[in-house]
Design a protein around this ligand. Sequence first.
Ligand code: T3D
Length: 263
Amino acid sequence: MDCETLVVEERDGWRRVALNRPEKLNSVNALMREELRSVLAQAWDDSAVRALLLTGEGRGFCAGQDLGERGIAPGESPPDLGASLREGYNPLVCLLAGMPKPVVCAVNGVAAGAGANLALACDFVLAARSAKFVQAFAKIGLIPDSGGTWILPRLIGPARARAAAMLGDPVDAQTAERWGMIHACVEDEDLAARSEDLATRLAKAPTAALGRIKQAMLEGETASLNDQLEREADLQRRCGKSADYREGVAAFLEKRRPKFRGE
Ligand code: T3D
């Protein structure tokens, strides 16, 4: 797929998507929002894509909304940021968090504003040791969006989430790992290989089951135990009918490695 603001590459059963406006730290303009949405929707539907890797070109991961699009001249009406979220960012968060296959995010540098929260919507966040996460919103008079007020307290607890959101101080990758905000902090020079190895491994996993794990955990956030037990029973019933379950059990009994097809 040809994109102006993204580099999209096919790999061994997975797809690499890199934000590509490095001179602006990959801040998100209207075109990037549109292109990312279409690339994510296409990956969602493509059964040949069994994992996704999101990263950034250059020294930053993503600096959030391109503020160059948000200057307000005297006498001009301010933009409708609610509409921007509903039509632009919220669909991206839903596509990443709801994608029925694993999404790895390799945070290669600063992740600020919506850029931080798009990263945190992914399933596995690996960050370079030099990377940092900045809830930059309050510094320009906004609240964390793109799921920030939902995911941050769940990941790091309300006290740390409030401080990160209200103060906007950077959280370095090592601290993010210690707080449970991300999967792992890795050395800068190892980030590409570590995240690509993970995507390769995930692309060989029982994709439908992984998608259902995501679904169960996401929907379970607001469920009672009884409702969640019923959800597990329903999803497990579907897993139990899958070719990958059949293969997994056969491989175990035959003492060999399973060859999952993602079905
Ligand atoms: O608006 C809506 O639709 C609602 C949704 C909002 C979602 C949001 O994301 S709001 C939050 C927007 N983002 C920010 O407020 C972050 C702004 N950027 C920064 O605070 C800093 O740049 C960073 C902490 C991210 C990195 O700092 P540093 O010192 O490493 O780099 P820098 O020198 O500030 O930036 C390098 C270049 O990128 C620079 O351009 P220049 O001067 O070399 O031509 C800078 O202007 C540009 N840049 C960085 N962030 C943005 C940006 N350009 C446009 N928009 C940005 N967000």
